[in-house]
Design a protein around this ligand. Structure first.
Ligand SMILES: CC(C)(COP(=O)(O)OP(=O)(O)OC[C@H]1O[C@@H](n2cnc3c(N)ncnc32)[C@H](O)[C@@H]1OP(=O)(O)O)[C@@H](O)C(=O)NCCC(=O)NCCS
Length: 112
């Protein structure tokens, strides 16, 4: 992950938990945010101390068949998620880009 590489961290794997499937009814505006905020807090406060999680990841959907293409990454960027590989191009066989959120600041807050 770029951020960690810039800080001189050279591990090849990182302890992470992944958002598998997320969908919110557009009639209930704000539901997606409530779900992501809940997940970030739950993992940072309840799980990280027990199982050593540092990152939340998600494969942000990109659908080139829609016009304009549908891109879920903008939603996750609002929370501070970043692309694992910012140069990654989206292929038709894997129409998503993987993003990560560093939970450490939240974890640190929860143990203060
Ligand atoms: C992505 C999804 C979960 C977001 O849920 P939502 O309830 O619509 O999101 P919210 O209403 O909480 O939106 C929060 C903010 O994100 C923005 N946003 C939502 N989707 C966005 C997108 N694709 N790109 C950029 N911004 C987006 C909203 O405009 C809103 O901005 P604001 O705070 O400035 O008003 C929902 O649109 C959905 O189910 N999409 C289809 C399935 C999908 O893409 N799931 C994610 C797969 S990785």
């Amino acid at each position: 992950m770029q951020l960690l590489e810039e800080e001189g961290v050279r591990y090849r794997t990182f302890p992470a938990i992944k958002i598998g499937l997320l969908a919110a009814d557009t009639r209930a505006k704000g539901t997606g945010s409530i779900l992501v905020e809940w997940a970030l807090e739950y993992v940072a406060i309840e799980l990280a101390s027990a199982v050593g999680i540092r990152f939340m990841t998600v494969d942000a959907l990109y659908d080139p068949d829609e016009e304009p293409p549908y891109d879920a990454s903008g939603f996750y960027k609002k929370f501070g998620f970043q692309f694992v590989n910012s140069d990654e191009t989206v292929s038709r066989t894997a129409p998503y880009r993987t993003m990560y959120f560093d939970l450490k600041p939240l974890i640190d807050l929860s143990i203060e």
